[in-house]
Design a protein around this ligand. Structure first.
Ligand SMILES: Nc1ncnc2c1ncn2[C@@H]1O[C@H](COP(=O)(O)OP(=O)(O)OP(=O)(O)O)[C@@H](O)[C@H]1O
Ligand SMILES: [Mg+2]
Length: 255
């Protein structure tokens, strides 16, 4: 049997009678990079919002490591190790890159005032923050104002901050959105790197990224799972091809 880190059972979210997510059975295997793809409005972000407790499901269940977390609070989910990468707006543009990671760490530790009174903890905090920056290849940017970071590097900073919360399962909603070719490549490599020893569930529209790094793909359409499997499997599924027709043929250009 597969070692599932995350499972949903008939997960459903209705908005005033409109079913954004309908009876979704999602199974994410531990250690995988799992992609959630589908046309605009398919329900991908709503799924993420349900998983992180930002939205309350209308019905259905969510299990994390076999444990029912359907009724858990957002903070509990985060403590258990389900971390959604921060939005860019969540970083402070007028602080340095290092300061931003430190603040993220301090939040994660939740130790507040007392923590700062100890010089030794401050040293440890600095060391940990620098190690995280090294992990995402941002060490040379540590002293730079965050506002001055190139776009793709801001995503790397977000990922560093997310790693500081010691995620077991990382949720990334369109991590390469709005990026040029070089940044897409860099962030894709970074996701691959940080996936080691963790599980990643990501929404991604760029099929080169999906085919390049994702182990398994679930295709959503109108709130329901249309197909699942490897990239090779789903990309030749006639229903999937049909679901994407009329859009920018996103299944092309991938290997
Ligand atoms: N708070 C809300 N109230 C009402 N309808 C909503 C709400 N949030 C999402 N929806 C609707 O649910 C459907 C799914 O939206 P969702 O944002 O999950 O799609 P998505 O797959 O993430 O799309 P995209 O690729 O454009 O990001 C859409 O039709 C959307 O209009
Ligand atoms: Mg979305």
């Amino acid at each position: 049997m597969a070692d599932l880190i995350l499972e949903t059972r008939k997960l459903t979210k209705e908005f005033k009678g409109f079913t954004a997510v309908g009876s979704v059975d999602l199974q994410v295997q531990r250690g995988h990079i799992h992609a959630l793809i589908g046309p605009n409005g398919a329900g991908k972000t709503t799924c993420f919002n349900l998983l992180t407790k930002f939205l309350v499901p209308s019905s259905g269940q969510i299990l994390f490591n076999g444990r029912d977390i359907t009724g858990a609070r957002p903070a509990q989910i985060a403590r258990m190790g389900i971390i959604r990468s921060f939005q860019i707006s969540a970083v402070f543009p007028h602080l340095t890159v290092l300061q931003n990671v430190r603040i993220g760490l301090q939040r994660a530790l939740g130790t507040g005032f007392h923590f700062w009174r100890s010089e030794r903890s401050l040293d440890q905090l600095n060391q940990r923050a620098m190690a995280l920056l090294e992990e995402v290849d941002l060490a040379s940017f540590a002293g730079m104002l965050t506002a001055d970071l190139p776009y793709g590097r801001k995503r790397a900073l977000e990922i560093a901050t997310t790693l500081g919360m010691e995620p077991e399962l990382m949720l990334l909603d369109e991590p390469t959105q709005g990026m040029g070719h070089e940044d897409v490549h860099r962030v894709t490599e970074l996701i691959k790197k940080v996936s080691s020893g963790r599980t990643i569930l990501m929404v991604e529209h760029n099929m080169n990224v999906v085919s390049g790094i994702c182990d398994r793909i679930s295709v959503l359409q109108r709130g329901a799972i249309l197909a699942e499997g490897s990239y090779a499997e789903v990309s030749r599924n006639p229903q999937v091809l049909e679901a994407y027709m009329g859009t920018e043929a996103p299944l092309q250009g991938a290997h």
